[in-house]
Design a protein around this ligand. Structure first.
Ligand code: IMP
Length: 205
């Protein structure tokens, strides 16, 4: 009898921070392959997280001929009517850095006090097969946007996002394991795994 091999997943993201978070979370059960270096870039022009995640995963699944996993994340700030939301990566402009985006967010919120700095990270993760079938999962975490960055870990908006469950620490003040226990991405993956179970055998085709 041969030992069943782990199903293979290609990660559609080229962001090394995200890839290492996903490998930490999935590496035990799946053989996680990186995005091929010559894969064409997906234009994230959908107006929902779900639309962008499905588009990214589908394009990589078709390109590689293997199941592909993609996530799309947005930071939704109540006082800004949900901005930057789906446009979180390009908030401060087309080639904005993490620092540019954080600086713009802090400038827009100005001196607003805590109750008005409520925000939510939301992630949708899509696992799509080359034939276009697949499943999605969603996760979110609520918190506040601080007045100034704190902490050196993580990426993106992590230094200014203090989750309600984080005992006063920002995501950038947590280890990767601590962040994942309560993060939007960790929760979206858990929800995706549930959806996968319900779709029984999707990856065995
Ligand atoms: P995307 O999912 O890569 O499009 O992410 C949109 C934006 O949200 C990017 O600017 C990311 O830097 C930021 N972002 C995504 N995930 C996280 C996270 O876990 N922490 C902080 N920022 C994030």
């Amino acid at each position: 009898m041969t030992t069943p091999s782990r199903p293979t997943l290609v990660v559609a993201s080229a962001n090394p921070n995200k890839v290492s978070e996903l490998v930490d979370l999935l590496g035990d059960r799946f053989e996680v392959l990186p995005r091929p270096f010559d894969a064409p870039e997906t234009i994230e022009d959908e107006d929902t997280l779900e639309g962008n995640a499905i588009k990214k995963a589908s394009e990589i699944a078709v390109f590689t001929g293997r199941p592909a996993l993609a996530d799309d994340t947005g930071l939704f700030v109540a006082a800004l009517d949900g901005r930057p939301g789906v446009y979180s990566a390009r908030y401060a402009g087309e080639n904005a850095t993490y620092q540019d985006n954080v600086a713009k967010l802090l400038a827009e919120l100005g001196q607003l006090e805590d109750p008005d700095r409520v925000a939510e990270f939301r992630t949708v993760i899509a696992l799509i097969l080359p034939d276009g079938t697949g499943v999605t999962g969603e996760g979110s975490v609520r918190g506040v946007i601080l007045q100034a960055p704190r902490g050196a870990n993580g990426f993106g908006y992590d230094p200014v996002f203090q989750p309600d469950e984080g005992e006063g620490r920002t995501f950038a003040e947590m280890t990767s394991e601590e962040k994942q226990e309560m993060s939007h991405r960790g929760r979206a993956l858990a929800s995706l795994e549930l959806a996968l179970e319900q779709a029984g055998g999707l990856l065995d085709r």
